[in-house]
Design a protein around this ligand. Structure first.
Ligand SMILES: O=C(O)CCC(=O)C(=O)O
Length: 200
């Protein structure tokens, strides 16, 4: 039985997503956005894509008990800040998943983005559940099946205080991303929760 306000979408091949737009109420979300801006160490990192080193078009921060390796870079273990630890506890209770790593993305304007990808690193195990919490301006997450026969791409507008969960075989059969939206001139911060089963 789904909690009120949750939309679940069952996708082909055993993938699913859940979207809960107002999981955190707007006043609390305003406070959290201010705290996250202040509390985290934000940086723009270079990643290796197709053999070339490029700067990611967004800022990132992270917290985790175990390091996380993706796109040719390793995020070494880093302590949880107070706010991120409290949010992790809430997300773990809500999803039943013992997330132990949080990667935060800060999209300064609609010029910042993340390309289509899957969170399918071996350290996440088979068919990981990945949860995302959003603060600030709404941005569109697109979900694109790897096979054309699995239907159209889908889009979800992730607004202030929204919880979005990808589960089942989602990372195996779909890719997701936050495309550029040049008309957007305000900031969004997302926290993406992962359960890392072993160090990279
Ligand atoms: O910002 C988001 O909602 C998605 C971030 C994401 O896909 C990632 O960090 O892997």
């Amino acid at each position: 039985m789904l909690s009120p306000g949750v939309t679940r979408v069952d996708l082909p091949r055993g993938a699913w997503v859940e979207h809960q737009p107002d999981w955190i109420d707007p006043a609390a979300a305003d406070d959290l956005l201010a705290v996250l801006r202040r509390e985290l160490v934000w940086e723009q990192r270079a990643v290796v894509l197709f053999g070339r080193s490029i700067l990611q078009p967004r800022l990132i921060a992270w917290a985790g008990e175990i390091g996380y390796r993706y796109s040719g870079q390793t995020l070494e273990p880093r302590p949880f800040t107070e706010a991120v630890a409290a949010l992790r506890t809430r997300v773990n209770d809500r999803t039943g998943v013992p997330f132990n790593h949080v990667l935060l993305n800060r999209y300064r304007t609609g010029d910042d983005s993340i390309g289509l990808h899957a969170d399918d690193e071996p350290e996440l195990g088979e068919d990981p559940v990945v949860a995302t919490l959003s603060f600030g301006i709404s941005r569109r997450l697109v979900l694109v099946p790897r096979r054309k026969s699995d239907g159209p791409r889908r889009a979800f507008d992730l607004g202030h205080g929204a919880l979005f969960v990808m589960g089942g075989t989602c990372q195996r059969h779909f890719r997701h991303g936050i495309p550029r939206e040049p008309a957007v001139r305000a900031e969004r911060i997302s926290l993406t929760f992962r359960h890392i089963i072993r160090a990279p």
